[in-house]
Write a protein that binds this ligand. Structure first.
Ligand code: ATP
Length: 417
């Protein structure tokens, strides 16, 4: 087969109906050499049905599938096995076979019916066993290896098939974190060498970390197809999984991260809450309130402050000032505007220096103010006593309620504001 200048896979309007149940409909996409495509989606979305169908193993009721420009229907079994290797979700490995024998069975598309495996086949099998780190297990029975080792033996078998296309149906299921990452890493290397890998995965974060592209299936059709950041959005996750989430780049890992939470009722939706914070003191407050769907603003945070990052991750309108600088007039006024507009303002357990003293002064403008106090103000005062004096004056205001962070969390969980 001539594979040059052709998409590896062309899927056009594929549908699968079993009995009167529509399992897949209008599935269309093209996969090019070198692409590492993660197929994600909730249970029952049709991922396995799709992969089986693409491999020509399940009945496709409509549409067309081409590999390197040729319809799969027109390709014989053995030739197709030289183009697509497929690792199914549950593989029964025959009793008594050694790991090497299992991997060698991946070479069958290259053997004539009368032929045994040749030296070259042994070399290839051993090469991929070394690649997936199971060469030392060659003579061991596959019944006597761990689940992770077995998955890597099966991956070596699939690789020994030396096909340009590789389909993997949840190869990481039941594997620990190390093995899961390893399998994704092996696939990434194979794709860098020009192979096309389609992998079904339930771990979205892992798929987003390694795959060059994701296809999100939901309800039997493609909901989103693109780069991980295009596909993994709160809106798509809500549509596909019915899940409330925030999607953001984790500053520690540099990877896409997802924070999921239980949906709050609609009661809190319209209440405006402003959170005065900084230096990481407001992050958990923003999270708690965001999870309850309050309409939030926050500030004045400093650029680079984790409170500013948390606000960004949760889509909170944040007033962010320059780092290590006294809060300027503009930011101070913005802060007061938000405080005046808010139904409730929360003042976090802030530490005060000259730079952020304006946050404390601004708190006097609140209609209703919840002051979070976990540490005595004297210990948080780096202004030579000014912050303490202001704070004491603030606590005398009738609109002020003082809670520690545990009481605050309980209050929000129990009844909100
Ligand atoms: N042979 C069949 N007969 C009838 N329904 C089927 C058949 N095979 C699959 N289905 C149904 O088709 C839908 C899609 O199944 P499929 O296994 O493709 O989903 P999946 O996305 O791979 O799910 P999971 O994440 O749970 O593995 C499910 O509702 C399933 O019950």
């Amino acid at each position: 087969m001539n594979t040059a200048n052709q998409p590896a896979l062309t899927v056009a309007n594929v549908g699968v109906t079993i009995g009167d149940k529509v399992i897949l409909r209008d599935v269309s996409f093209t996969a090019n050499p070198g692409e590492f495509i993660g197929i994600i989606g909730p249970n029952g979305a049709g991922k396995s049905t799709l992969l089986r169908g693409l491999r020509g193993m399940g009945a496709i009721t409509s549409g067309d599938i081409k590999v390197f420009g040729q319809s799969v229907r027109a390709i014989g079994d053995k030739e197709l096995a030289r183009i697509i290797a497929y690792m199914q979700q549950e593989v029964n490995v025959g009793f008594g076979f050694t790991a090497l024998e299992v991997v060698l069975s991946g070479r069958y598309p290259y053997l004539k019916w009368w032929q045994n495996e040749q030296d070259k086949d042994y070399e290839i099998a051993k090469q991929y066993m070394a690649f997936t780190g199971v060469d030392a297990l060659a003579e061991k029975s596959v019944q006597q290896v761990s689940g992770g080792e077995r998955q890597r033996i099966l991956l070596a078998k699939v690789l020994a098939q030396e096909t340009p296309l590789i389909f993997l149906d949840e190869p990481t299921a039941s594997l620990d974190l190390v093995y899961q990452e390893e399998i994704f890493r092996y696939c990434q290397i194979m794709c860098q060498k020009g192979k096309t890998v389609l992998i079904i995965a339930h771990d979205i974060k892992l798929a987003a970390k390694f795959c060059s592209r994701l296809i999100l299936l939901a309800g039997g059709t493609i909901l989103a197809d693109g780069s991980p950041s295009e596909v993994i959005t709160a809106q798509h996750l809500q549509k596909a999984y019915g899940l409330h989430s925030d999607v953001f780049i984790n500053k520690v890992t540099g990877n896409l991260d997802i924070h999921t939470y239980e949906a709050a009722g609609t009661v809190t939706g319209k209440l405006l809450v402003h959170v005065i914070g900084g230096g990481g003191s407001a992050g958990y407050i923003l999270r708690l309130l965001h999870e309850k769907s309050y309409n939030l603003s926050g500030g004045v945070f400093q650029q680079g402050d984790t409170d500013a990052d948390v606000a960004l991750a949760f889509g909170v309108q944040a007033i962010v000032g320059r780092p290590f600088c006294i809060i300027d007039k503009t930011k101070g006024s913005e802060n007061r505007e938000k405080i005046l507009a808010a139904d409730v303002t929360v003042l976090s357990n802030l530490y005060y220096g000259q730079q952020n003293l304006d946050n404390l002064e601004a708190a006097f403008a609140a209609k209703k103010l919840i002051v979070i106090e976990d540490t005595a103000i004297e210990e948080r005062d780096f202004t030579g006593g000014r912050a303490t004096a202001l704070y004491r004056g603030l606590l005398k205001q009738p609109q002020v309620v003082v809670l520690n962070s545990v009481q605050f969390a309980e209050q929000i969980a129990r009844e909100g504001f």
